[in-house]
Design a protein around this ligand. Structure first.
Ligand code: UD1
Length: 431
């Protein structure tokens, strides 16, 4: 199993580039199910979850060519025939976002068999809201042997109010509605930039969609969609992770190819803490002069919320940052019930953190020490890399396959701006 070896102490200096957003790329790849034509996606990140989705689509009969190394990481997907409209458990169990194929599969073929996702490390993560919406659109749902089967002659437009805001739920039903008969109105939708990204691709494929990026989306169903070419937006969570990397190491880092308009809540918190940011149109320069002055960085509280609030996917990284702020920060996790698994590992590195229910209290500033630590999920792994980059001595991070699910060649990118980080074993060589 691959490990990262990280020696702390170097400020990050120079320019680091942000890749395409994994959480946009996943629904956009699923959207290719909606048409028999070729869909070309550019700026697809080279991460494990994308590889998993390729396998998922291919197992259904799609032709997928992941064009890494080609200009723009250009990827082509053609679902001319979907001979086996099944998302198998072997694939779903490794990636919950596999349930994103449910909506487009039933809309295109009238049948979808999808393994029910089990729990995952950060909480239960059910898909009941996806299912309730499809039932409202006329699908019949049955369950057998751990699988959900959805059937219909043709989905019908409906008025759906999500009980709770769900990102992939909004995306799944948005895709389903593009081929439904008549109008669908979705209320209490997720407003994440990834939903807007998906809607832009669907519109390029001929779908009629209004309101993506707001809490109400209207879709006029069509009888078919056509192929399109689309460029995936930059990954705001990768960009946010790099912002913290620059700030925490006392560096001077230019984060390039990002979209600062998607980073509002993260920028606001870092500025309040005393991090200096120069914001351009597609780049941000981060300088953490605050950490070197008398008062240092200041503790600032954070509560995770749906977009445009502070993202749960940045909570772990922000906690690593908080350990370097003077004073007490409270960090409240509102989206997932069990997303504090990085806490014990940070404590082992010398952080002062206590947890009560959904709130973690971080008392800083704590000097961090190197340690052997275990990555428990994607964003927890990023938090441990951040901590290790400022710890004294050499840390060993185990189970970095979690990191490979969503960060493109993280160690190479960080090494390019001065971090001392290397991988033991070559994950891409083992595929
Ligand atoms: C997506 C992101 C993930 C991010 C999360 C929240 C992708 C591939 N993943 O996950 O990185 O952390 O949004 O921003 O885009 N829920 C239900 N029933 C449902 C669906 C969700 O109760 O049918 C609950 C979940 O358990 C959770 C909350 O709603 O507590 C939000 O989950 P959701 O927005 O659906 O997360 P994902 O779409 O799985």
């Amino acid at each position: 199993m691959d490990k990262f070896v990280v020696r702390g102490g170097n400020p990050l200096l120079g320019t680091i580039k942000v890749s395409g957003a994994k959480n946009s790329a996943l629904p956009c790849m699923a959207a290719a199910i909606l048409t028999a034509d070729e869909v070309i996606l550019e700026n697809i990140p080279q991460v494990r979850d994308i590889e998993t989705e390729r396998k998922l689509l291919e197992s259904m009969g799609a032709e997928v060519e992941l064009g890494y190394g080609r200009a723009q990481h250009r990827t082509s997907i053609k679902c001319a025939v979907l001979s086996d409209p099944v998302a198998k458990y072997e694939i779903v169990k490794t990636m919950r976002a596999s349930s994103l194929v449910l909506g487009p599969l039933i809309a295109r073929t009238g049948i979808a068999r999808v393994a029910m996702p089990g729990g995952c490390a950060i909480g239960g993560r059910p898909i009941d809201l996806h299912i309730a919406a499809l039932e409202k659109m006329g699908a019949t749902i049955t369950y057998d042997h751990g699988y959900l089967e959805a059937r219909t002659d043709r989905l019908k437009g409906a008025h759906i109010v999500f009980d709770k805001i769900t990102v992939t739920g909004t995306e799944d039903i948005l895709m389903a509605a593009t081929l439904a008969e008549g109008e669908t109105i979705l209320e209490n939708c997720a407003r994440e930039p990834e939903v807007t990204d998906l809607a832009a691709l669907l519109i390029a494929m001929g779908a009629k969609i209004e309101g993506a990026g707001t809490s109400t989306i209207k879709i006029q169903g069509a009888s078919s969609l056509h192929g399109a070419r689309y460029r995936i937006n930059p990954d705001r969570i990768e960009a946010g992770t790099f912002l913290i990397a620059g700030a925490i190491t006392g560096g001077d880092l230019n984060i390039d190819c990002c979209d600062p308009t998607h980073l509002g809540s993260i920028i606001a918190k870092l500025e309040q803490a005393g991090v200096r940011l120069d914001i351009g149109t597609d780049s941000i320069r981060v300088r953490s002069e605050g950490s070197k002055t008398e008062g240092g960085l200041k503790a600032v509280d954070v509560t995770t919320e749906e977009y445009p609030g502070f993202p749960t996917d940045m909570q772990a990284q922000y906690m690593a940052f908080s350990t370097q702020c003077e004073g007490t920060s409270t960090i409240t996790e509102n989206i997932f019930e069990n997303r504090f698994m990085h806490v014990n590992e940070l404590i082992r590195m010398g952080a002062n953190i206590t947890v009560s229910g959904r709130t973690a209290t971080v008392r800083g500033k704590s000097p961090l020490q190197s340690a052997a630590v275990m990555c428990s999920d994607l964003r927890a792994s990023a938090a441990l890399v951040l901590a290790a980059m400022i710890a004294d001595g050499e840390s060993i991070l185990d189970r970095v396959y979690h990191m490979d699910r969503g960060y493109e060649r993280l160690e190479e990118k960080l090494r390019g701006v001065g971090a001392q980080i290397r991988r033991m074993g070559d994950v891409f060589g083992k595929r």
